[in-house]
Design a protein around this ligand. Structure first.
Ligand code: SF4
Length: 294
């Protein structure tokens, strides 16, 4: 494991961030070895060399302690953009777990995005955090079929393990749900897949599903993705080239129809799917309570 120097780990402050209401951002790791064939973080614009090798920021927990001690505004810390906080090394290193303990100590909230069931290991600390601040766990699921998930996200735990983690989190009172993105055109954009994910979400206690019926592709990422689908899904690359050319946003040709089915199924089960509803629901009570204390 390579350790890399870092000056700070908790960055930014946004008052009303429309991405799950995250106020700060935290990345303890750089790179990710889950191997998702569509991963946006390998795009040229992010300039991350050897993206598949996980590196750790040196002295991470001390930096987090120092960062949080100096923050004047409390808020929700988002983690899971650009790297997975529950990559396989986290099981031994326990750095995300250590960060959660510090986050709890300083009275911040947490919003996790991951593709691993390892997040359920930290239920005990998440329960402590939610006594004072909002907690949100988003687990990405793009296919209800484990075989397909193994192809598109080869080193991440299969979808059934992710659903089991949602069940544990939700059963322990943690606000947990699904990031259903990307749904790969011509590969995952079937009604059967979408209704299957919503049904399993319901059966496992997910509170929300946030969807995207397509994928984004840009320089470097596109080449990687095309080489992988050529290997795994014969003839699909040609469909992508014909339908999308060099477009950044590659929406499923069936997006409209799938969205309608998705919404109907979510309403049937009482699962939230609009960003504003999800933010309002997981933050409910916390900031009202702080205001009343003021
Ligand atoms: S888990 Fe996320 S960061 Fe890691 S390879 Fe997959 S999409 Fe990329």
């Amino acid at each position: 494991m390579e350790y890399i120097p870092a000056k700070t780990i908790i960055s930014g402050y946004a008052e009303n961030n429309n991405w799950f209401g995250n106020n700060y951002n935290m990345n303890i790791y750089k790179g990710c070895n889950h191997g998702c064939i569509y991963c946006d973080s390998r795009s040229d614009c992010y300039r991350i060399d050897s993206f598949d090798e996980v590196r750790v920021k040196e002295n991470a927990l001390n930096l987090i302690y120092r960062d949080l001690k100096s923050k004047r505004k409390k808020g929700v810390i988002g983690t899971g953009a650009m790297s997975d906080p529950y990559n396989p090394f986290e099981e031994q290193l326990e750095l995300t777990r250590g960060a959660l303990e510090i986050i709890n100590q300083f009275g911040f909230g947490i919003s996790i995005a991951t593709k691993s069931d390892l997040a359920a290991r930290d239920i005990d600390i998440l329960q402590k955090i939610q006594k004072h601040s909002p907690v949100l766990v988003k687990i990405t699921v793009t296919s209800c079929d484990d075989g397909l998930a193994e192809k598109v996200e080869p080193n991440a735990p299969v979808s059934s393990r992710r659903f089991a983690a949602i069940k544990k989190l939700s059963g322990s009172g943690i606000f947990a749900g699904i990031l259903m993105m990307p749904i790969l055109p011509f590969i995952e954009d079937t009604e059967e897949n979408i209704t299957g994910i919503v049904r399993l979400a319901h059966e496992n206690g997910a509170r929300f599903i946030y969807p995207a019926f397509g994928v984004t592709l840009r320089m470097n990422q596109r080449e990687w993705f095309y080489s992988k689908i050529d290997e795994l899904f014969p003839k699909k690359k040609e469909l992508y080239i014909k339908e999308f050319g060099d477009s950044y946003g590659c929406h499923s040709p069936k997006a409209k129809q799938l969205k309608a089915v998705f919404k109907e199924e979510c309403r049937r089960y009482g699962i939230l799917y609009k960003m504003e509803d999800i933010i309002t629901a997981y933050k409910k009570g916390y900031y009202d309570r702080q205001l009343s204390l003021l």
